[in-house]
Design a protein around this ligand. Structure first.
Ligand SMILES: C[S@@+](CC[C@H](N)C(=O)[O-])C[C@H]1O[C@@H](n2cnc3c(N)ncnc32)[C@H](O)[C@@H]1O
Length: 234
């Protein structure tokens, strides 16, 4: 039987799944994570769900290829077909931050503190952090994974109060000690500087206003970068 190796991004998430968890992996696609966790005896049960039939077929195929037994493959939008008592650990990884936020918003029971949420936005992580802050969730852990040259944030969240500064919304809630934190912040600064330069070329007053908003974020990120340097290069 072939051995399944997880990418650094999925390996980071796998390491945060509590041993013996009742797992729900939402947007599972190839189901590498639930298959790996099942094969390594790390979960008591696993639901692998996806919105679309094609990815769910791929998920089943991964299960067959690696001989993982007992995974519950489900077609459905977000958490709509998963009852709160069927899982204690919910992974939503590999999609946009706004999509992850929409999935959580449609299942408000995820904010009641009975579930460990492991969230990995591919884009718009700041929108997800803001959603969590505004809807009764708190980020308890955050780390960065470098996978084929791209840096991905992974967040663990539960119920709670959290206030994040503009810099933390964009540069990470708990990344001050992360070895990749500097690079993560610099990449954001470079992208935002490009966006500001583009908006500055526009004659539209609305674009100028947008550029002002982005400049505030840039200032906050530059301050965060200084904080990271002080924390890591004393
Ligand atoms: C890029 S894949 C990520 C696969 C895996 N989670 C990972 O991190 O490697 C994103 C998957 O999320 C699924 N997806 C997107 N929106 C969804 C939703 N609202 N509910 C369930 N699945 C969704 C897509 O069909 C796709 O298969």
């Amino acid at each position: 039987m072939k051995q399944l190796e997880l990418s650094p991004r999925l390996a980071l998430i796998a390491g945060w799944v509590p041993p013996g968890a009742k797992l729900a992996d939402v947007g599972t696609d190839h189901a590498y994570l639930p298959v790996w966790l099942t094969l390594h005896g790390r979960v008591a049960s696993a639901i692998a769900s996806d919105l679309r039939k094609g990815p769910l077929e791929r998920a089943r195929a991964t299960g067959r290829t690696y001989g993982a037994e007992g995974i519950d493959f489900r077609l459905g939008d977000g958490l709509a077909f998963i009852r709160p008592d069927e899982a204690d650990t919910i992974v939503i990884a590999g999609m946009g931050g706004e999509n992850i936020a929409a999935i959580l918003a449609a299942a408000p029971w995820t904010a009641d503190g009975r579930h460990t949420l492991l969230l990995q936005p591919q884009t718009r992580a700041e929108e997800l952090r803001r959603f969590l802050m505004d809807h009764g969730y708190a980020i308890t852990r955050e780390a960065l994974a470098c996978d084929r040259g791209t840096i991905y944030p992974v967040m663990e969240a539960g119920s709670g109060e959290m206030t994040l500064s503009l810099g933390q919304l964009w540069g990470g809630a708990k990344l001050l000690r992360d070895p990749l934190g500097d690079r993560y912040i610099i990449e954001k600064i470079i992208r935002l500087q490009g966006a500001v330069a583009g908006l500055n070329r526009s004659a539209e007053p609305a674009d100028r206003q947008k550029a002002d908003g982005l400049r505030d974020i840039l200032t906050a990120l530059l301050a965060m970068r200084e904080e990271w340097r002080h924390a890591n290069c004393p």
